[in-house]
Design a protein around this ligand. Sequence first.
Ligand SMILES: Nc1nc2c(ncn2[C@@H]2O[C@H](COP(=O)(O)OP(=O)(O)OP(=O)(O)O)[C@@H](O)[C@H]2O)c(=O)[nH]1
Ligand SMILES: [Mg+2]
Length: 590
Amino acid sequence: MHVIATAGHVDHGKSTLVRALTGMEPDRWAEERRRGMTIDLGFAWTTLPSGATVAFVDVPGHERFVPNMLAGVGPVPAALVVVAADGGWMPQSAEHLAALDALGVRYGLLAVTRSDLADPTPALAQARAHLAESSLGHVEAVAVSGATGAGLDELGKALDRLVARLPVPDTAAPVRLWVDRSFTIRGSGTVVTGTLGAGSIRVGDALELAASHRLVRVRGLQSLGAPAQQATGVARVAVNLRGVERTEIRRGDALVSPDRFQLTDLVDVRLHGDPVGTLPPEVTLHAGSAAVIASVRPLGTDTARLRLSAPLPLRIGDRALLRDPGRHHVAGGVTVLDVVPPPLRRRGAAAARAAVLSTMDGTSDEAGELRRRGLVRRSDLARMGVPVATAPVTADWHADPAHWAALRRRLAEEVARYRDTHPLEPGAPVETLRQLLRLPDRALVTALVAPPLVAREGRISSGAPGGLPAPIARAVDQVRTELAGQPFRAPDSERLAALGLGPKEIGAAVRAGALVRIAEGVVLLPDALDAAVPVLAKLSAPFTMAQAREALGTTRRVAVPLLELLDRRGVTRRLPDDTRVLAHRGGGLD
Ligand SMILES: Nc1nc2c(ncn2[C@@H]2O[C@H](COP(=O)(O)OP(=O)(O)OP(=O)(O)O)[C@@H](O)[C@H]2O)c(=O)[nH]1
Ligand SMILES: [Mg+2]
């Protein structure tokens, strides 16, 4: 299906033409028919000679209803510009064309209507010249009469040529359905309609009410008046929603694929149209079917920051329109450059930001986005409208390579600094490092670890073996000297204190592998456990604790925990009568 919006001055024959083409009544309201004037959007559809289906969004031409017109045109990629042969180019012809131009609509067709009332040639030439200056460019033009039907066949063929040129949207794209109507159907509940630009909606889908992030369920679907299981953009769709009251959703709201759009009230944009400096401080931003007040902060010559009166689901590259409602003036179109722009706090930040924005054009730029943000989650990028092709640094985090390398250097520095200030600890805690590096996730700290750094038990250390502070290393050397020839004579607590080996120092020495602790306050050299085996092997089995203590040349303070440790390691085996044997496991202690 294709969707085309009408455009043109009031009473120039838009609705009459749609009626003649489709046999349907675009003016839905009694008041519209009574006044002979379109007030709100109308919808009608037909099959073209080729068999293609085209739906029309018929807009009002009266200047008072331009906001309605914009709500209809916003999500539609093509336009049928209507000019009356007897009216010629008029103010709303110009305003509607300015709107199409601002939105960057590139596909269009000109119909000169009421050609039974006047020679269409001058109006046609005049209108084509105006259109040629816009984003529509050089378009086909057809003279028609809604009254006599003259030119309608011609127009049908021209419409076929137009729709054949329309770009094919991505059916896998996330859904963003800008609501243009909402109503209730007895027995079904709330129904909303809109123009689906891309992606697919299926019955049963969960969608999000963008403004509130509320999940709603698609209970039923219609397209062109017929029930459907699925609708794929571009399409006119009516969505029956479960879990939402009619009063909770209205024109300007959007139904979106959950988690796929950034809801934002602050955007940086490039302006196409009036110079930024001539914009009033407040304008109306029209995006999709939404209209919100936007305060303008000029940044560069054609870039600005907009603060929106209500958040909208916007993405990088979106086109929208700025209008000064007081002056009935379309100030221009905008291309969204950034939906999560950085705050401008410091002096000179605005100028710096303008320089950055001057390099951006609203196309998805993964490398640029990473460069500007340093670190960002894949899901956040996707919400901004930037699909990610590179590999994450960890989990769903993506990093700018230069930023990542700098973080890696800083991590090494911080680990070294921590070791100097906390010599007794086995490395810097990951959480401390996360805070020092101002990282949003501990997983990033771990991901930054590269040799010679090592991560162990929630800490990062430089990994250099034997990295004991000098006083502890000296004390351990002294212990080694004193234990020479009597490896099981563990120093008593007094001796340890005299050597400066308190619990913390002993902990550090144990972690460094310089001592083994067999009980609280009882330390031996690391090879003592191995050395005990041949000594015990010389005893006749089974042996008692007293025999073992004597053979080892030590006291019960050492012998008891030492044998218990050997039991636990399966080197010795304790029998029911408290004697022991060596387990037969061929030597080694590991
Ligand atoms: N003779 C003649 N009258 C026409 C033709 N097209 C429209 N009209 C008449 O012109 C008047 C306005 O036509 P509409 O179709 O309502 O115009 P519109 O552009 O939809 O107007 P708005 O929606 O209010 O902007 C109506 O009285 C139509 O009957 C035509 O081709 N020939
Ligand atoms: Mg009309």
